[in-house]
Design a protein around this ligand. Structure first.
Ligand code: HEC
Length: 230
């Protein structure tokens, strides 16, 4: 008998190909089907909040400007990474990141914990011209974002769509999306002015304000969870 039993399976190329295909397909389905019936495969970390209306717009601008091509948002669980960037990334902190922005390139540093690292005024100057802060930087200038006006006409609908996907926005938050975004933007501008930055009226309602709000939010919930021993 020996090992002869598998010869008939192998000696006919077509039969072997079809059997292999069937095995791969069944294996694929076994892995693919269960997640469709699960509510969520990842639990949000304690205290995780979805992005505010303004931060959500800032996030969309981050994607539009391609920041994720130079910046990752994922800290790997290695000492060299955690020493430099802070607590490593866990899946549960990114449940409200749709699409996720882990990224795979680091032309610039990782941004997963950049929230609170610098004052708003630092980001303001840095987005205007990174070389004013770091002469060797190759980060592009984003001067146009100080001119282009923030478009909030779709914010509420974006939040509604995200709610359908499981982001916990309340009716009230969706209804007041535009007002809330303007209010948070005014708070950013107030902090900028307190730091001595001159902000024109047009700049106060420009896209860069949303981008700064988004920057300041990155990693904040995870930092609080780690500090609270969670
Ligand atoms: C061509 C690559 C490139 C692009 C695109 C880019 N950056 Fe950068 N970024 C860098 C580099 C390099 C640095 C480090 C030097 C510096 O501070 O300017 C940096 C630094 C930063 C920092 C400071 C991080 C820290 O911890 O010190 C922030 C915040 C930042 N970038 C945000 C952004 C945002 C937001 C965008 C999109 C609007 C963006 N970057 C686009 C290359 C890039």
């Amino acid at each position: 008998m020996g090992w002869d039993w598998h010869r008939p399976l192998e000696h006919d190329g077509l039969r072997f190909t079809l059997l292999t295909l069937a095995a791969v397909l069944v294996g694929g389905l076994v892995l693919l089907i269960p997640p469709y019936f699960m509510q969520g495969t990842v639990e949000p970390i304690d205290g995780l909040r979805p992005f505010s209306a303004l931060e959500l717009e800032g996030r969309d601008l981050y994607i539009r400007e391609g920041c994720n091509n130079c910046h990752s948002q994922m800290i790997r669980p290695f000492k060299t990474e955690t020493d430099r960037y802070g607590p490593f990334t866990v899946a549960g902190e990114n449940v409200y990141d749709r699409p996720f922005l882990y990224g795979s390139r680091r032309t610039g540093p990782d941004l997963a914990r950049v929230g609170g690292k610098y004052p708003d005024s630092w980001h303001w100057l840095h987005f205007r011209s990174a070389r004013d802060i770091e002469p060797r930087s190759n980060m592009p200038d984003f001067g146009h974002m100080f001119e282009w006006q923030l478009d909030l006409s779709l914010t509420a609908r974006k939040m509604e769509t995200l709610r359908r996907l499981g982001h916990p926005y309340s009716d009230a938050e969706i209804a007041s999306a535009e007002r809330d975004a303007r209010k948070q933007a005014a708070e950013v501008v107030e902090r900028l002015q307190r730091d001595g930055v001159e902000v024109t009226d047009s700049e106060a309602t420009s896209e860069v304000v949303a981008l700064i709000a988004y920057m300041q939010r990155l990693g904040v919930d995870r930092a609080a969870a780690v500090a609270g021993g969670r």
